[in-house]
Design a protein around this ligand. Structure first.
Ligand code: NAP
Length: 318
């Protein structure tokens, strides 16, 4: 099968398109004929070697956690799926890519039925980023109707889902993004937008029940002043102040938390329902063929994208 592989850590130019052996599903795994994948920052952090202590030095590697495709084969003990099922999900863990290939094997437990309303390109843009947003806002942030939430990075890969979800849940959403993204943030569901290149959101004078730092650019210490007394700050990128805050803040008063997303059927089923009911949809910056993986990564890493960058691993349009 065809795959975009890396044989060393480095820049976006390290990808090579090669013929590699088809993977075989082990017990508890499914083999998925991948139709599309999308890029998450963890993928380029792995490619740069920043996470070598997790991803190791065995090459070649096939990156990308997100996938959408069709089940081709089920390993022993898998009864959730049958060949032909259309699925989406992400492979958990920094060292487990696999999406940048025509086929991958993964635990059946990380996959779920693909939303019927989305094609494979769109479906591949959902799993990791939207699961992160959901798990940060609901199980961790305990966001409910009527609460006030600040989403930092409101038009980014994770943030654009967080804004839509917070609006679905009936929360009042304020978004933080660059001034050029203001209209997009409002279209996603922000009632208010603070442009971080124009205004300092720390001085907005507002307070929030939940602050979701989807961009992972600020710390608990920066945001504490904006939290209500029982408010929760959740970040995607734990730094020293969030780690210390997590330990010190306990379970009452202002709390600091961080999210490590995991792929599971329950959350992916809820995301599917929201997509199929037309309540949530992925924002796609661009779609590239597998052969242009390096260009797709260059764009994804440029800091100029809104939503997600998708790579189509299958030659026909999905
Ligand atoms: N812990 C986990 O499980 C987990 C899961 C997913 C992602 N993450 C991490 O979360 C981070 C974001 O991921 P992503 O997929 O959303 O990335 P992304 O698509 O590149 O989005 C990054 C966002 O950061 C915003 N931003 C950049 N500088 C900013 C600033 N100074 N103030 C406020 N916002 C700023 C950008 O806004 P503008 O475009 O408006 O500049 C953009 O919306 C990454 O570091 C990623 O590794 C962690």
């Amino acid at each position: 099968m065809k795959a975009a592989v890396i044989r060393k850590y480095g820049g976006p130019d390290v990808f090579r398109i090669e013929e590699v052996k088809e993977p075989q599903p082990r017990a508890g795994e499914i083999k998925v004929r991948v139709r599309a994948t999308s890029i998450n920052p963890i993928d380029f952090k792995v490619r740069k070697g920043y996470l070598f202590f997790l991803s190791g030095f065995r090459f070649p590697k096939i990156l990308n956690s997100d996938f959408a495709g069709i089940v081709e084969e089920c390993g022993a003990g898998v009864d959730e799926f049958v060949p032909g099922d259309e699925v989406y999900g992400f492979t958990n863990g920094a060292s487990q890519g696999g999406g940048l290939a025509e086929a991958l094997c993964c635990k059946a437990s990380v996959a779920s039925r693909k939303p019927l309303s989305l094609n494979f390109d769109d479906a591949a843009a959902v799993p990791l980023a939207a699961s992160t947003a959901y798990q940060a806002l609901v199980p961790i942030g305990k966001l409910t109707s009527g609460m006030r939430v600040l989403v930092i990075g409101a038009t980014g890969g994770v943030g654009h889902y967080a804004v839509q979800m917070a609006a679905i849940l009936g929360a009042h959403v304020t978004g933080v993004c660059r001034s050029s993204g203001e209209a997009a943030a409002r279209a996603l569901g922000c009632e208010d937008v603070i442009a971080y290149d124009r205004d300092d959101f720390h001085k907005s004078g507002k307070t929030f029940d939940v602050i979701f730092d989807a961009a992972g650019k600020y710390g608990f210490r920066d945001c504490r002043v904006l939290l209500n007394e029982q408010g929760t700050y959740v970040t995607t990128v734990p730094g020293p102040s969030s780690m210390v805050g997590r330990v010190l803040s306990g379970s009452t008063g202002r709390k600091a938390r961080f999210i490590i997303a995991n792929s599971n059927d329950a959350d992916l089923s809820l995301l599917r329902q929201w997509c199929d009911e037309g309540l949530m949809q992925p924002l796609i910056e661009a779609v590239f063929p597998l052969e242009e993986t390096s260009a797709a990564y260059e764009l994804a890493e440029s800091g100029r994208t809104r939503g997600k960058v998708v790579i189509r691993t299958h030659s026909s349009r999905s």
